[in-house]
Write a protein that binds this ligand. Sequence first.
Ligand SMILES: C[S@@+](CC[C@H](N)C(=O)[O-])C[C@H]1O[C@@H](n2cnc3c(N)ncnc32)[C@H](O)[C@@H]1O
Length: 278
Amino acid sequence: MDDCNAFLDLLKEKLETTPLEIYNAEGFDNLDFYGPDCNGNLIKLRDGRCVYVDTQNFALKDYDQYLTNVAQSVQGASHFGDRSHLLGGKYLYQAIPGVSLPAKRDPADRMPIFQRMLSKVGIEIENRVILDVGCNLGLIGAHFLKNGAHWYHGWDLEEVVESSDQVLSSIGCTRYSLTGGVLSERTDLRAGLPLHLNNSMNGILTYLSIRGHVGWLPALKTLSWEYMIYEGHEGESEEVSRAHLAELSEMVACSIVQESEITDGTSDSRYIALVRRA
Ligand SMILES: C[S@@+](CC[C@H](N)C(=O)[O-])C[C@H]1O[C@@H](n2cnc3c(N)ncnc32)[C@H](O)[C@@H]1O
């Protein structure tokens, strides 16, 4: 009972200082907040901490404003490429759903093109693990998860993945993990993967506008991916993209099975390809 009371005091204090509110008509005068265990919702962990597991009792006050604040706070970390005074200096690289801030790329518009390419060769997103190298805010992952992907893992710079984590959790994603750090030819991509993904053989790897920054990472050989979606950079011709993919195939046996082009956000058109691992 003492633990429960201490927990409820802490919770009341948090409700004063965070955008959280209790989402039921009676507030704390409800079975779900009566000691000693809040109707089975308050659990004491072995390390002594108490956790409250019934998240449906809580909501965010003024969610739209909350999300806009999160989006504004991550603009600097997400921005990649030239600044635009017209678009507000360091503007978002990836558009955040539900927020009307300008962005260089719009994952919501890119997703149907990825889906079309995958479905043309009979690949379902459902239950796939998505491995996203150079993930930026992780919003490509959010769209894959919305379409039934089993799990999403993204890699980007430390300061960028801190923002990805904030954005993904703010829009309700839970089945994801992220690794922060400078990607280089020495990076062990497997090191950051959660244990439950280690034997997963059905991965879809996304290598979107990243090869020009980090090259083909040798650790791509060690990841369990069956398909890769490759996207070139602005101004990269089909011939050049195909030459890059030929280079990849010398490192990991694979071949192009679909090709297309993509235009979204404020970006020029880019080459994309679906690559199958041999
Ligand atoms: C052009 S953006 C592409 C983002 C995302 N793949 C997409 O297409 O929406 C390149 C991303 O790669 C990341 N990046 C560039 N060089 C990197 C490096 N050496 N290590 C880790 N991340 C890097 C940037 O932070 C940025 O998020």
